[in-house]
Unconditional design. Sequence first.
Length: 286
Amino acid sequence: MGLAPRHSAEQARREQLADFLRTRRAAVRPPEVGLPSDGPSRRRTPGLRREELAGLAGVGVSWYTWLEQGRDIKPSAQVIDALARALRLSDAEHRHLFHLAGVERPLPDHAYARSAPHELRAIVEALAPHPAYLLGPRRDFLAWNHAAAVALYDFGRLPPERRNMLWWLFGSDPARRAFGTWEASARRQLANFRVEHARRPGDPSFTGLVEELSEMSPEFRRWWPRHEVLEVEPGVKRIAHPQLGPLDLLRMQVVPVNEPDLRLTVLVPGDDATRVALESLPRTAP
């Protein structure tokens, strides 16, 4: 009979959280947060004292001490956020603190990207001849390359306010049903959008999109109340393309580390015939 592990995964997480807090508390010089240094003869603790950090974060000293001792307590997102600000954490450290605390980090108050950052636009272009496009959290098309315009659709033909995956699929453009897999694609994209919609309750741009699509599309109106949820995962997309012939594509979507609200989708050949067809495409629009 094997021995039980000395520490459970939960205990290990709490210990890492405690150690992280101690090291970051020791790294903050009191004058950096408006506190007197007291001089080297009076301050034995490097950095902030526990009671000083607790006061800056607006929490009880005993409660914070238990947190730093690795006890089984459940901090709220607001408390973790207050500790991160008091410790002057970087954004990466801020995210790490939430991860160690086992708490979901609230979305930032600032607006999400409505246009493609320059470096991501360049990456999308460089992925040619593989079709690639960049989506915002509302499923807005922020960038796409020429291969995507040929193999999928030239999203530049849509009015700027309609360059959106859901508008393209559920809108009046007949190209949305051209390849025979419309329903599966539409329901998958709707389920992906549902995940983002839940993360931004009350966002007027999200609620407005739902209202407009509900009024315009009977399919959207029928499927939206079902609350189908789907995280994006790799898959296969088959297209009966009128010019390139049958395309068998492997689909992958990734989250850029420096832009976690955005989604980069790349389609690569799933067979030799598709590879040859894509390689025949110019890398940029003529």
